[in-house]
Design a protein around this ligand. Sequence first.
Ligand code: AHR
Length: 313
Amino acid sequence: EATKAEVKDQKNGSGKKVVVGFSQIGAESEWRTANTKSIKDACEEAGFELKFSDALQKQENQIKAIRSFIAQKVDYIALAPVVETGWDTVLKEVADAKIPLILVDRSVKTADGKDDLWITRVGENFYEEGKNLAEWVKNNEEKLGFKGKDTVNVYQLEGTVGSGAAIDRGQAWVDTMEGTKFKTIKSQTGDFTRAKGQEVMESWLKSDKGKIDLIYAHNDDMALGAISAIEAAGLNPGVDIKIVSIDGVKGAFEAMIAGKLNCVAECSPLTGPVLVQTISDLEAGKEVPKLTYAKEEVFPAEKAAEILPSRQY
Ligand code: AHR
């Protein structure tokens, strides 16, 4: 088996490092910061040269970055796509330039439904995360204080509109909660940021205070923003309004320990080593799987104190 070191030596021997252009979505969340660090660290350790571009959550910036990577003739392009659609033209340009494209994190949907514009995706299973969290909620009605209620009013803080992460997490909740007493009353995007999560929660508290039973936040940052808004409104987050979210960042574990957040489904940002291994395998002429998902768990609040010390992000 070829190792990372062999690849590095081969490249170093020929005087050329593997050059990777990485178009990252932005720095919208604690998760994203950890993902950027994981990829930067892993590339550095492998001896790859990384050209990093932060798109500030804008697809047009990502398209520009990809075109610039093509012009610079990088060896690989890694793309974390902010939204699912609208990539066909630029990805065809990448294919024409014969640069292998690796999707990291989120998914892409092409107009013809084919998946031949990328070599592989090193991602996370957003649908499974949403489903596991919804299942946990259904199975823990009593713990959440919903046992005697006919209807549980759910308010959903959605991720970025059109992103694979928001689409799949939303659909998983709908599918899992179908026919149950958990009814989604309002759903609004908080763009995966703490500030917008807080803003949306403030507006819901103005119009619907007393009616909100459960917040389903598509990521921890929006949940943490909602927690601030709930406290500012004189209510106890995690008690008066139950909150569940996705990611598992340290801030969420601290909120669970403080009793302000009820459960978290993990989404792992630590995909740098898998990305590097994938590139190393491609360098060695090996076949790589079309899709690799990170291993992820569900963490209820009562496990948070025990688990926090081992969290890496
Ligand atoms: O695509 C993964 C999602 O994007 C994470 O859940 C979120 O925190 C990030 O911004």
